[in-house]
Design a protein around this ligand. Structure first.
Ligand code: UD1
Length: 343
């Protein structure tokens, strides 16, 4: 019998890539997604890659009654990976209460229902944003959590505190928070990838849309940072590597191997790349020169952040494998596919 893993937000960007890796490792995947920022055709993409169509339940997990009903139909869920959340930093500033409700109530509901199920624990989508601008680079898991610069970042901090408090209360499930650096790229098949609605906020979708002719030019936000080329530095990680880390974290929970009931790991490559380097990498991979311009710094941006990955490497037994070129090439292949661009 296959073990059943619940993936909330499994029709989303990182969730769909994780669903693929889980299915390929022999798990049964059930997805809950309210499709507020995703589309049902993502499930077709998962099926096209794996040959298996995961079950999709369309509802908002903030609805406690619906969540309880779901578990009545799936009492045999062995573990939960919780992605379902709102993730736009700027939007969180204009709609803070929506972010607090959506991101926090959903986690609380899952943790409340968890002890009534067979699930051994929950893997949580966290973010390097909780470190703010770290004092020391690369940033380790021991770095202090800094005051969040946005309601979105604050929800990630609060959710990690909720995980910690929940397990301290004596429950017998386990939790792992995975602190992502900057996930980019798409599945190499180009059957799934990132599907931002409207104008993308994030760098790589903006670049690929500019390459596809949908955006006129890419603005580089700030060229006067104290970094080698003056532009911000981030740790970009391939979404497929990130998805594989979720499978490993889930197996850690299933096997009861975790040393603590609440654990947290940085997921990055350990290598920082500047905005300029990302633009250049795209130009190299695509053979297209982008129309680019320098714009003022974007409020809330930190200057540089990249991960110390040794704890994830040694303790989780996970290491990123794919290079920046793979990340950009897969993102571009995906963009061309969804836009119907041939070459
Ligand atoms: C942000 C969040 C992070 C979240 C991630 C994904 C912060 C500090 N970080 O990461 O928590 O998980 O989004 O939603 O809130 N840039 C340009 N031009 C553009 C777009 C971006 O120059 O058109 C630059 C930015 O200034 C930044 C870099 O590209 O230096 C990366 O930006 P982005 O992709 O938005 O990710 P982060 O802000 O690092």
């Amino acid at each position: 019998m296959k073990q059943k893993i619940l993936v909330t937000g499994g029709a989303g960007y990182i969730g769909s890539h994780t669903a693929v890796e889980l299915i390929e490792r022999g798990y049964e995947v059930v997805i809950i997604d309210d499709l507020s920022n995703s589309e049902e055709r993502v499930i077709d993409g998962i099926e096209a890659i794996t040959g298996t169509r995961p079950d999709l339940a369309v509802f908002d997990i903030c609805d406690e009654a619906k969540l309880e009903l779901f578990f009545q139909g799936h009492p045999d869920v062995a573990a939960i990976i919780h992605f379902a959340a709102s993730k736009a930093v700027g939007e969180s500033v204009s709609k803070p209460l929506h972010y607090y409700r959506n991101n926090i109530v959903s986690l609380v509901n899952l943790l409340e229902v968890l002890p009534t199920t067979q699930a051994k624990g929950l893997v949580f989508s966290s973010s390097c944003t909780i470190y703010g601008q770290p004092d020391v680079l690369p940033v380790t898991e021991h770095a202090p959590v800094k005051k969040a610069l946005s309601p979105y970042g604050n929800t990630k901090q609060i959710c990690e505190e909720i995980l910690q408090d929940a397990v301290t209360s004596g429950v017998d499930y386990r939790t792992i928070a995975l602190r992502y650096f900057n996930p980019i790229g798409a599945h190499p098949s180009a059957e799934i990838g990132e599907l931002p609605r409207g104008v993308p906020n994030n760098l790589v979708p903006f670049i690929t849309q500019t390459g596809a002719g949908i955006r006129e030019k890419i603005s580089i936000f700030g060229d006067d940072y104290d970094t080698p080329d003056g532009t911000c530095v981030r740790d970009y990680i391939h979404v497929v590597d990130l998805a594989k880390a979720h499978v490993i974290a889930t197996e850690r929970i299933l096997s009861g191997k975790s040393s603590e009931k609440y654990e947290y790991f940085n997921l990055g490559t350990g290598k920082g790349s500047s905005v300029k380097e990302i633009v250049e990498a795209f130009e190299k991979v695509s053979g297209k020169e982008l129309n680019k311009t320098y714009a003022p710094r974007r409020p809330g941006d930190v200057e540089a952040v990249y991960a110390d990955t040794s704890y994830a490497n040694d303790e989780l037994g996970w290491k990123s494998e794919l290079e920046l070129g793979d990340m950009i090439a897969s993102a571009w292949k995906w963009e061309k596919k969804i836009r119907g661009i041939d070459s």
